[in-house]
Design a protein around this ligand. Structure first.
Ligand SMILES: [Zn+2]
Length: 291
């Protein structure tokens, strides 16, 4: 994805991982292979690997620059974190910080870190290890977390196992930021200037939220894990196996697709593979993702 320029706002992607994902019907227990095949004319080649016969996914953050603020949305898996239940994430050492430098942003330049939710693949770079302690990576940033999300993990920080879970991330990537006094717990009315508006999208996790950007020349939505893969635009009823409240996740996703279908809003999801950015458009009885 090249830099997006929406008038007075620019958006860059910082990508940590991209490639074939889990076995499709393992990751999406409601899905069928026939259901994927029916959408193959637009899924392949960007979002489906025909040779491996599985879906392609990514893990990425977004950096949004306005006239006044530099904002990071989600913080991937992080550097050398202990994630024993997810081998691909355990001890991962990516060039995420180098990519940030390549777009001209130093960690100290970040004014806000917006966490769509607190799963391990969204909070990792919140902290880094300095002299044996996890400390905030973005020294000057306010870390914005929905209060419902924080309160859940405060109680259930290690209550799930497997990928997409906490897996120790609340302790090493959220609590140190809270202890440093850098967290702002927010409700559904949170906004930054005229540009960012929080939209509550619970279901995948209790306090999951999206951020809508309204810029001079366009609109975009940073959608976190409201959708994991473009197939869910055609099948919003297909949850990932890590959606915590199944019924609420389905209802939220169906609303999301309805709200943005056949509009100019650009969808920027946490896990859509390159070219990543696109719109939701009608496609007969369903919708599809148009890059
Ligand atoms: Zn995720």
């Amino acid at each position: 994805m090249k830099q997006l320029n929406l008038g007075d706002v620019t958006i860059d992607r910082i990508q940590e991982i991209e490639g074939p994902g889990f076995e499709p019907t393992f990751f999406f227990p409601d899905a069928t292979m026939a259901g994927f095949e029916a959408e193959m004319d637009w899924l392949a080649p960007h979002f489906w690997d025909l040779a491996a016969n599985t879906f392609i996914r990514a893990i990425q953050s977004y950096v949004v620059r306005t006239a006044h603020h530099t904002v990071l949305v989600d913080a991937c898996v992080g550097y050398d974190k202990d994630r024993p239940s997810t081998p691909g994430w355990h001890g991962l050492k990516s060039n995420w910080l180098e990519q940030l430098a390549a777009i001209g942003v130093h960690p100290d330049d970040i004014d806000y870190v917006l966490c769509t939710h607190l799963h391990a693949d969204h909070v990792g770079w919140n902290t880094r290890l300095v002299n044996g302690r996890w400390v905030p990576t973005f020294a000057n940033a306010k870390y914005v977390i929905h209060e419902t999300e924080y309160r859940h993990w405060e109680v259930h920080g290690d209550g799930m196992e497997g990928p997409g879970s906490a897996d120790g991330c609340f302790e090493d990537s959220v609590l140190p930021v809270m202890a440093a006094g850098k967290v702002e717990l927010v409700g559904n009315d949170f906004a930054i200037d005229d540009h960012f508006t929080l939209t509550p999208t619970p279901g995948h996790s209790p306090g999951h939220c999206c951020y809508e950007i309204n810029a001079g020349k366009g609109r975009a939505v940073l959608s976190g894990d409201a959708l994991h893969h473009p197939i869910q635009i055609a099948h919003p009823e297909w949850n990932s196996r890590y959606c915590m409240d199944a019924d609420q996740a389905r209802a939220t996703r169906a609303n999301f697709v309805d709200r943005h279908a056949d509009t100019d809003t650009l969808i920027l999801a946490a896990h859509f593979a390159t070219p990543t950015v696109g719109r939701i458009v009608g496609n007969g009885a369903r919708c599809k993702f148009q890059v």
